[in-house]
Design a protein around this ligand. Structure first.
Ligand SMILES: *[C@@H]1O[C@H](CO)[C@@H](O)[C@H](O)[C@H]1NC(C)=O
Ligand SMILES: *[C@@H]1O[C@H](CO)[C@@H](O)[C@H](O)[C@H]1NC(C)=O
Ligand SMILES: *[C@@H]1O[C@H](CO)[C@@H](O)[C@H](O)[C@H]1NC(C)=O
Ligand SMILES: *[C@@H]1O[C@H](CO)[C@@H](O)[C@H](O)[C@H]1NC(C)=O
Ligand SMILES: *[C@@H]1O[C@H](CO)[C@@H](O)[C@H](O)[C@H]1NC(C)=O
Length: 423
């Protein structure tokens, strides 16, 4: 009798729980009034591993804070495992926030020397931080090609479960939320973050933009940073730029000039090439920094790449990757300058994206130099290989750990391409 009553009660509560379920991306939160946990359900993946209410008492190396921010070159967080030993693909649901200012946000602090190249870009519709990281310093294995975090997931509870992202980049929130400095932080509803292969990218789409879901698409989880957040990924460069919108992930222009949508194959299928070269949008008004100056870590310059980025002030760096030799393998990925042009214009025409067209020429030249570089892929560079992953997202991975600071051009090229399984 009792057992039966319990069963009925359990069934009833299960039904209630299902009826009450709200996808993470449909929930709205205020920075100044965060719940202990954004995810209160207890589904197949269990409970949320950490918490969203983070403060001075939660800061530090054991923090399980799952509220991240992306504000500027020196003020952002990345998702990484709470402990070493798991591959990203298996622990995406439990990732915690690692921030450049962990103390400020009640989170972990990205250790000195981990970030070896960072670019922050503000475009008309999103902010994005991309770069290179010694991922072993944030509990990711050296050979881990990684995976994708976003507020979706098959069960719509997010990866990590309950993971939230806030930014002061999109104007005052409609709520009353303010940061300690008085700047409004808004919940970023659509975002994605790829971690792995010593690369990272975090894109936060403007919450007021109706197409944010598309620009911060979450279905291309196997093709890494360079397809989902095409950028320079230059080691030793730390810069904050303005930029133009990329094409939404997966949208590209084929050799025939037609705009197409890439369809990522299922897990069982090896992705050896992409049928397109992701175009790197042009950047402008870049402000270079020395890493030691912006990541004010105890321990200072030890291990931090202090090479200044003072050289470049604008545009993407794809031109530096051009090389010449033969061999192909990736030549099907080539895209012509002209097709990029039509891709951008049709993309902006088809929806509200608008300003993408202003970057045509530099995006085009970036693409064509990438194309020529791609068609020259050989193993000449040696120390960088692309590797396959069954669980993850990433791109190329550098074989020796020391490669992070000294990628040869071929390595940078492959990293730029973001191919997962080059056979
Ligand atoms: C600090 O965060 C912890 C963990 O979320 C929470 O339990 C505690 O109530 C918070 N303290 C304050 C003063 O908000
Ligand atoms: C801000 O908070 C005050 C007091 O709680 C409330 O009266 C006001 O409507 C709020 N404003 C907005 C924009 O939510
Ligand atoms: C090939 O590379 C060499 C050395 O970088 C350069 O001088 C030459 O112009 C390149 N040739 C072509 C066709 O790009
Ligand atoms: C682009 O198109 C123009 C005119 O349609 C043509 O003259 C030019 O050669 C094309 N450029 C490339 C790289 O195909
Ligand atoms: C943009 O595309 C989305 C998805 O197709 C659609 O819901 C939205 O209405 C479009 N916006 C405009 C301005 O066409």
């Amino acid at each position: 009798m009792l057992a039966q009553a319990l069963l009925v009660a359990a069934a009833a509560s299960a039904v209630v729980a299902q009826d009450d379920f709200v996808p993470l991306a449909a929930k709205r939160f205020e920075w100044t009034n965060l719940p202990y946990q954004a995810d209160t359900s207890d589904g197949e993946r269990g409970r949320q591993a950490g918490y969203n209410r983070c403060n001075a008492t939660t800061a530090g190396e054991d923090s399980l804070c799952q509220t991240a921010v992306i504000n500027s070159l020196d003020d952002f967080c990345l998702w990484a495992p709470p402990v070493p030993g798991d591959v990203v693909g298996n622990i995406e649901g439990e990732m915690v926030a690692w921030c450049t200012r962990g103390e400020q946000y009640g989170a972990r602090t990205i250790p000195a020397g981990a970030l070896t190249g960072v670019q922050f870009i503000r475009t008309p519709h999103y902010v994005q931080v991309t770069g290179r990281i010694d991922q072993t310093l944030i509990n990711i294995g050296a050979d881990d090609d990684g995976g994708e975090m976003d507020p979706h997931g098959a069960d719509q509870r997010g990866n990590p479960l309950g993971g939230l992202l806030f930014s002061n980049s999109f104007g005052p929130a409609v709520t009353n939320g303010t940061s300690s400095s008085g700047v409004a932080f808004q919940q970023v509803v659509q975002w994605h973050n790829f971690m792995g292969a010593n690369l990272f990218c975090l894109k936060a789409c403007d919450p007021s933009w109706e197409d944010g879901w598309r620009m911060c698409e979450h279905i291309y989880d196997r093709i890494g940073c360079n397809a989902n957040a095409p950028a320079a990924y230059e080691d030793g460069v730390f810069e904050s730029c303005l930029g133009d919108d990329q094409l939404p992930p997966g949208i590209y222009v084929g050799e025939n000039g037609a705009t197409s949508t890439y369809s990522q194959p299922g897990e069982g299928v090896v992705i050896s090439t992409l049928p397109y070269v992701p175009a790197i949008p042009s950047t402008s008004s870049c402000t270079p920094y020395e890493s030691a100056a912006i990541y004010n870590q105890p321990g200072g310059a030890a291990g931090i790449t202090t090479t200044s980025a003072a050289s470049s002030a604008s545009t993407s760096s794809a031109s530096s990757t051009s090389m010449n030799s033969t061999s192909s393998g990736l030549s099907s990925a080539s895209a012509s300058a002209n097709s990029t042009t039509s891709a951008l214009s049709s993309a902006s025409a088809s929806n509200s994206s608008s300003t993408a067209t202003s970057t045509l020429s530099s995006a085009s030249s970036a693409v064509s130099s990438l194309s020529s570089a791609i068609s020259s892929r050989t193993d000449a560079g040696g120390n960088l290989v692309a590797s396959s992953t069954s669980d993850g997202a990433a791109s190329a991975t550098s074989a020796p750990a020391s490669g992070a600071g000294q990628l040869v051009p071929i390595g940078r090229l492959l990293a730029l391409m973001g191919f997962v399984a080059i056979v």
